[in-house]
Design a protein around this ligand. Structure first.
Ligand SMILES: [Zn+2]
Length: 87
């Protein structure tokens, strides 16, 4: 049995466990309604898309165009889409 007077022990000198929890925890469970009201603000947003300056296809800005494989205002060819399956 551990010494009850050692510092840091959770044993009370009178014996028995001290009700002590130093970990920050929520005091009580949130109700289902409160949880669901919080989640009711979650919404889907449409992705922002821009027209590719090279092939006019829609793509995510600051990403390589999946249609033609170019990137940036100078339409630099960074992915060769033709060679991806053969070769
Ligand atoms: Zn493109």
């Amino acid at each position: 049995m551990p010494d009850p007077f050692v510092a840091g022990s959770n044993m009370h000198p009178a014996g028995g466990m001290v009700e002590e929890n130093n970990v920050p925890n929520p005091k009580r469970k949130f109700s289902n309604a409160r949880r669901d009201k919080r989640r009711s603000n979650w919404k889907i947003t449409a992705p922002t898309l821009v027209r590719c300056g090279n092939c006019e296809a829609l793509h995510v800005p600051h990403h390589v165009c999946p249609s033609c494989g170019t990137y940036g205002s100078n339409h630099r060819q960074v992915v060769n889409l033709r060679r991806s399956h053969s070769a």
